[in-house]
Design a protein. Structure first.
Length: 120
């Protein structure tokens, strides 16, 4: 489940809000998104994948929240790992990280109701 948005890293672009298939996150005018409905989180990692600033931590437990310490997570090296491992953005073209996540993207877009008609 999503556990943290690191305020210092977040640029308030709201990409995570837009991509979340279950509307877990809420826009806060003038601020960073809020984890508004954590119990609706599907642990799909899409918000981590789409966050260009590696400001989100999603824990592995999909059944219940596991509160984490911000400093421990910052020191862990886990932030951005999912995006890197899928070869996104600056990792595109690095042969160590092949992007297979495109296979899931339309599934989540369809769940979100955001896919253009006829493309899923
Ligand atoms: S892990 Fe998936 S369901 Fe959970 S907040 Fe992120 S995008 Fe939404
Ligand atoms: S995608 Fe990342 S930087 Fe953008 S609002 Fe969400 S947490 Fe902040």
């Amino acid at each position: 489940m999503i556990e943290l948005i690191i305020e210092d890293r977040c640029a308030a672009c709201n990409k995570c809000v837009e991509i979340c298939p279950t509307n877990v996150l809420a826009i806060v005018p003038g601020g960073i998104p809020r984890i508004a409905r954590q119990d609706e989180c599907e642990t799909c990692y899409m918000c981590e994948l789409y966050c260009p600033h590696d400001a989100i931590y999603v824990g592995p437990d999909c059944e219940r929240p596991e509160p984490v310490d911000k400093d421990v997570i910052l020191a862990s090296g886990l932030l951005g790992e999912f995006r890197r491992n899928h070869g996104w953005d600056e990792w595109a073209g690095d042969p160590r990280y092949t992007n297979e996540h495109w296979q899931m993207e339309n599934v989540f877009l369809r769940a979100r109701g955001a896919a253009p008609a006829g493309q899923v």
